[in-house]
Design a binder for this molecule. Sequence first.
Ligand code: PMP
Ligand code: GLN
Length: 384
Amino acid sequence: LTSRLRPFTSTIFAEITELARRTEAVNLGQGFPDTDGPASMLQTAQRAIADGVNQYSPGTGEPALREAIAEQRRTHYGIEHDPDSEVLVTVGATEALTASMLALVEPGDEVVLIEPYYDAYPVAVSLAGGVRRTVGLKQGPDHRFELDTDALRAAVGPRTRALVLNSPHNPTGTVLTDAELAVVAEVCREHDVIAVTDEVYEHLLFDGRGHTPPATLPGMAERTLSISSAGKSFSVTGWKIGWVCGPAELIAAVRSAKQFLTFVGGAPFQPAVAHALRTELDWVHRLRDELQRKRDFLASGLTEVGFDVLAGEGTYFVCTDVRPLGFDDGEEFCRTLPERAGVAAIPVQVFCDDPDPVRHLVRFAFCKRDEVLDEALTRLHKLR
Ligand code: PMP
Ligand code: GLN
């Protein structure tokens, strides 16, 4: 194994999911929903298969999907994209991210990540030969994880090629505020940095919050690659249909990498996602409201068990402090929880270069049926 990959031999999601399977634990670790997306979308995919949409799609993705993505970004955010040159369909958000790094980062270039970071980011930087610099989210007085804007300013400099930003944020559930995004934009403009924005939870914000794509900030459209995916919005994480939008020159670069990674992906899913983006956004709003209710349900149940629960503002996840239950180390807690209580969760420290500030934090997914959440809480009461 090369030095580029040696630090990354397995993923926590695969490890914990396998542990959950072996112990028959309720899996609140890996974030995937256990109910299906909109019926009309599923039927469109089935019909596409029956109708012979089973060969390679065009290299940039099915035109109908690229048009639907451009239309969604125009109607939601007022951003204009040419569907032919400024939208690229990828194999999930993950490929969009990795292809962006391979296309834009020269060996030795620095890439700034906000930590805790999603586990694919440091691998993508490493595959590209880049050097990562991390900036920790820090907990404010109300326990919300906030962007450490001073640390961000200190981390970005002449060697910085790109900054990866994820809001709503996995694993903390933080939604970056307009003030935080303004600092990000200022820093990117000042140092001529490309922003790679992971917006897979763009529709899953709670308590009336709205999503602000970083590309809408002054001077950002020309330097931002905006990434999203159908997996979270339409509850089809297994379809792996993602996309990246941005200026034609950057998209052409990402396409150069993408075409030799996978060439294309999932032809029959593409018309289905196009259909969903056009006609099922009300379904997504209902999903968001359901998830907010589930967040509240799981958060209050976990509080009763004795966890200190941090308020999430979006995504599938809540983070909890395990110290009130007598544990110091979230990873040790998660590796033994399936045996002890029959529930699986994810330690937050594995998403950090500096695990210390979050060593006591554990992430639970609430994107599950009520009876599954209920069963998990019943089992967790054994910890008391
Ligand atoms: N980014 C974040 C923040 C995620 O949580 C996930 C998956 N849960 C992904 C990217 C990957 O998305 P995809 O499955 O579309 O590749
Ligand atoms: N993104 C999902 C999560 O955070 C997991 C995806 C994966 O298994 N790689 O739980």
